[in-house]
Design a protein around this ligand. Sequence first.
Ligand code: TXA
Ligand code: MG
Length: 349
Amino acid sequence: MRTKIKRVKKQQLDHAIIKEAGEILKNGGLVAFPTETVYGLGADALNAGAAGKIYAAKGRPSDNPLIVHITEMEDLKKIAAVVPREALVIADRYWPGPLTMIFEKTDAVPYGTTGGLDTVAVRMPSDETARAVIAAGGGYIAAPSANTSGRPSPTTAGHVEEDLAGKIEMIIDGGPVDIGVESTILDMTVAPPMILRPGAVTKEMLEELIGEVAEDRAFYEPGSGVKPKAPGMKYRHYAPRAGLSVVEGDMNQVVAEINRMAEEKIAGGSKVGIIGTQETVDRYTCGDVKSIGTREDEATIAAHLYGILREFDQDQVDYIYSESFAAGGMGSAIMNRLLKAAGHHVINV
Ligand code: TXA
Ligand code: MG
């Protein structure tokens, strides 16, 4: 299959391209499009055959459910059987935006979309192109991140092309995304509601609205034997090809230890990548050093994380050493993805 690549401007809809994307989706095909979090790989969520093509194109395990994307509050009742009052309060504030909520599903949603579950994950993105594509495609678009299963999520159309060219009908290139990590997932079928995946809408932000919110401890305690409640969170994910270690501790010692390990590996003939920050990059003495952003603004770190992991793949490094980041706020989402990319390999200094 030849994949069409169509370029669009961020805040300016291209109606001809949107129309063409809508036709592909309505006919059961696949279209990748930008959202504010990461690029999504869209298919008609209410058509089990179309959703099935997503699993084939990504090489995704069939028990890993998809998020259904909508554009209007009105449309929620067709797919969600029970919508608790708290969900309406949260939606009022954070939809459209980087938040997914899980509800009991209606019969309109095929099990092929939910990986056999009786619940459905729903998100209303804010990106204008995403919204137009969803509406043109019939209003209910299943969209996982548009990467090959196991690779870092795509934050540019180029990343999507690397993984999915030749396997899908169209890629809409809307430039780099704003946020760079996937949406927060909040399970509304339990009391108190539980965060299954941390993202830009933080625990603190949700608690301010509805009171107590729980967290799936599995995403911080991988060795505890706790099984993650979002099926997708159990796979080694977001992973670069090189071995990645996260180094934690006092900043001076972290820099010294990364320099020591990098020198040792390089002396042994390996290629080493280092993930530093604007505050520290000048202090690394060897290796392929990249700044992920500034600690003064964690959003910059989230935005560059997946792109840097892909760059190191392209540079064919053998080992990557990364500084670590504080949990809390956006830091929780960053550390969750970084630790998963590292297969939870952490060095304490
Ligand atoms: O930001 C995002 O959410 C992006 C953009 C494209 O919208 N999408 C995304 O989808 O990250 P995906 O498929 O890569 O991740 C969805 C996660 C998986 O871990 C999956 O297991 C979980 O959501 N999930 C989906 N439906 C669920 C359900 N009914 N119950 C529990 N977890 C669910
Ligand atoms: Mg994904």
